[in-house]
Design a protein around this ligand. Structure first.
Ligand SMILES: [Zn+2]
Length: 100
């Protein structure tokens, strides 16, 4: 939200002045590290001060129940190759947000 009283041209100038054009690419590499408890993937530099990866399940202390199976209609729409199912799969995000 622009500050009150800031015109469109001033806003454009402000945005343009914040754009950095000479930025070097940052590469974290591949996620090669794996939690021994839940198999979550990590980048090497995500080690905590104890040299562990614990942001996923805190060394296996957090365990989530398996997800419930989807209702038949949803399962069909997610897995079938019918025209209706393909339409659903292509627009799943907008359909999901419209139900909220
Ligand atoms: Zn874990």
């Amino acid at each position: 939200m622009p500050p009150i009283g800031l015109g469109e041209q001033q806003m454009t100038n402000r945005v343009n002045s914040q754009v950095e054009t000479n930025v070097s690419k940052h590469d974290c590499g591949m996620m090669t590290e794996i939690c021994n408890f839940c198999q979550a993937l990590y980048w090497r530099n995500e080690l905590n001060s104890s040299n562990k990866y614990t942001k996923c399940c805190r060394d296996g202390k957090v365990r989530l129940p398996n997800l419930a199976e989807a209702p038949d209609l949803l399962k069909e729409l997610l897995t079938n190759n019918s025209l209706e199912a393909r339409n659903y799969q292509q627009h799943i995000r907008s359909k999901s947000t419209s139900w909220q």
